[in-house]
Write a protein that binds this ligand. Structure first.
Ligand SMILES: NC(=O)c1ccc[n+]([C@@H]2O[C@H](COP(=O)([O-])OP(=O)(O)OC[C@H]3O[C@@H](n4cnc5c(N)ncnc54)[C@H](O)[C@@H]3O)[C@@H](O)[C@H]2O)c1
Length: 171
């Protein structure tokens, strides 16, 4: 569901978009007391930590990898592992429920290579070089996964589209 709807009802928020400012002021101010936020995407910009800090009157580390921010409203938000990749910063790996999509991409890409290497009449369509996974395959896997989970997602802001298309921040 869109973040604006999720913010007031969620207990735990995990970002993994590879994008920036997914959780930001407008969301933190709606979250329940004790909400937990963490990130598993590429870089620690998915949770706007400076904005969280700005909304807070104090912060303290309540246990390893758990930073408690007390907002001026009195509500507390717990940030895990400084917003860095949670499974790598505070644990040890990748679950099967993530790898299923990687394997689906690999299997369908292998099928694509086998089927599209030769065109009609035996001409070579794909040369021996690296190709990105065709978008149709990537999207179809994502569509099936979301369908199986009953999930509806947010639309990108212009700022997020721009960030995704550039390499100058976060590398
Ligand atoms: N923690 C790990 O171990 C680990 C492992 C692999 C990849 N990653 C990272 O996880 C991230 C996601 O990887 P992926 O392969 O799923 O990438 P992906 O590009 O296939 O998926 C990211 C998705 O996030 C969506 N998105 C972008 N902005 C959004 C927004 N504002 N709201 C909702 N959705 C939004 C995109 O539309 C896209 O569908 C990447 O940053 C990648 O580097 C982490």
């Amino acid at each position: 569901m869109p973040m604006s709807k999720a913010a007031p009802i969620g207990d735990i928020f995990i970002t993994l978009t590879g994008n920036t400012s997914i959780l930001r002021s407008e969301h933190f101010s709606k979250m329940k007391d004790g909400a937990i936020v963490c990130n598993s995407g590429h870089f620690n910009v998915e949770i706007d930590i400076p904005a969280l800090r700005k909304l807070s009157k104090s912060e303290k580390e309540v246990r390893n990898f758990v930073q408690e921010f007390t907002l001026r409203s009195g509500r507390r938000i717990h940030l895990l592992a400084d917003g860095r990749l949670i499974n790598l910063a505070a644990a040890e790996g990748h679950p099967a429920s993530v790898m299923d999509m990687s394997f689906a991409n690999q299997a369908l890409s292998a099928e694509y290579l086998a089927k599209n290497r030769m065109g009609r009449g035996g001409s070579v369509v794909l040369e021996n070089k690296v190709y990105p996974v065709p978008k149709d395959i990537d999207r179809e896997i994502a569509r099936l996964k979301l369908l199986s989970m009953g999930v509806i997602i947010d639309k990108l802001t212009p700022e997020q589209e721009k960030y995704l298309a550039s390499w100058q921040e976060g590398t």
